[in-house]
Design a protein around this ligand. Sequence first.
Ligand SMILES: [Zn+2]
Length: 75
Amino acid sequence: MGCQHLEDIYELFLLGALSEQGTLEVREHLARGCPHCLERIREAAETVYLLSLTSKPARPNPQVKTKLLHGLHKK
Ligand SMILES: [Zn+2]
């Protein structure tokens, strides 16, 4: 499917840490509905959420996860 190179950057994508081009690439790929990557990005969302819990002891925002996952289900 030619998307292995995207595997490791979903966390960055979700954090908004990718370059503009990288972001576009991921977006376009997800827009094609690749089931593998949709599953992977769900996991990445979990990871990012957990990271946000540990790295920001002040006030983790439980809505972030919901928001991230919600956005993925829009078509
Ligand atoms: Zn894919």
